[in-house]
Design a protein around this ligand. Structure first.
Ligand code: NCD
Length: 312
């Protein structure tokens, strides 16, 4: 049995297969409408979410399966003091696969070690968010044509943003990617990631002004300042509008640059950018459903032999 805790749990070859399946799902939705008939997905969310939980649920429903779960800790037995390991043992009796989001780093990993069903980390604190990373990689691969040879700017809250941490780790396995980290001093990328970048000899730079580098980027990954992970509200208020991508800034960018954002957005991308052809964040949310469908099939052992290439 396999779980998904980090994007690195899959080899790059396995990821290619997963993305091929997701692209086939995009083209031939009907073919997959009954793949998970009779199967159940439990969504155990101890922290707020719109996209991740609903895209998991949409993914399972698109595959013909059913969903059950809770969307806040207060409506689960966690409120009575039940441990994650007990909860997952019980959920293992009710469902075939579980997606878990938790404010504590490592909680989905604890669940996985006690589980009888595959567990997917749907975000653990400021740590990892592997299915958002799969979504980001699928979006880049589908719209850019490849996962190598580009300059990516990651902008905003690079300290607390788990989507950023997961994505950098995943991209470090591909060729010729240059990273540009754009953040205020207080929200710089954590040192442990800088160490990893250096160990892998990755090319990177850290800047504070988006305007200084936007013209060099092929991809701009904007992020929200993670209010819930701040220790005091004053710091949040001071930093929350540090970056606002608007038409004037976008005018300095390449015509082909792709703007991504894991969403939810607060103020960091002005709505006037939404109609620009470079804005890819809503398309990215759609890819999130396809990749989660492919992931559910893969972890349930239902992906073998479904692609044309499998028979060759
Ligand atoms: C992200 C998250 O939860 O980390 N959202 C998401 O899953 N799409 C990003 C965020 O909350 O800012």
């Amino acid at each position: 049995m396999r779980h998904l805790m980090s994007p690195l749990d899959f080899t790059t070859g396995e990821l290619d297969r997963l993305f091929d399946l997701a692209n086939d799902i995009e083209k031939n939705m009907d073919k997959y409408a009954h793949v998970c008939d009779g199967k159940k997905l439990a969504t155990c969310f101890y922290e707020p979410s719109t996209r991740t939980r609903l895209s998991f649920e949409a993914a399972m429903l698109n595959l013909g399966g059913n969903v059950l779960g809770f969307s806040e800790a207060s409506s689960s037995s966690a409120a009575k003091g039940e441990s994650v390991s007990d909860t997952i043992r019980v959920i293992s009796c009710y469902a075939d696969i579980c997606a878990m989001r938790h404010p504590k780093e490592g909680a989905p990993m604890v669940a996985a070690t006690h589980s009888l069903i595959p567990v997917i980390n749907a975000g653990d604190g400021g740590h990892q968010h592997p299915t958002q990373t799969l979504t980001d990689l699928l979006t880049i691969r589908s719209l850019n044509g490849s996962l190598s040879d580009f300059t990516i700017g990651l902008c905003g809250d690079l300290k607390f943003g788990r989507t950023v941490h997961s994505l950098i780790r995943a991209l470090l396995r591909y060729e010729n990617i240059k990273f540009v980290f754009i953040s205020p001093e207080e929200l710089r990328i954590p040192d442990y990631i800088i160490t990893e970048l250096k160990e892998k000899n990755a090319e990177f730079e850290e800047v504070t002004k988006l305007e200084d580098v936007i013209g060099t980027l092929d991809i701009l990954y904007m992020t929200r300042v993670q209010r819930e992970r701040f220790f005091n509200e004053e710091d949040y208020i001071r930093l929350k509008d540090f970056y606002i991508l608007n038409k004037a800034k976008l005018a300095l960018a390449k015509e082909t640059m792709m703007v991504l954002h894991p969403l939810p957005r607060v103020n960091e991308i002005s709505v006037e950018v939404d109609n620009d052809k470079r804005a890819a964040y809503f398309k990215q949310a759609q890819y999130g459903v396809y990749v989660r469908m492919a992931l559910i099939m893969t972890l349930l052992g239902l992906a073998d032999g479904v692609l044309e290439s499998d028979g060759q």
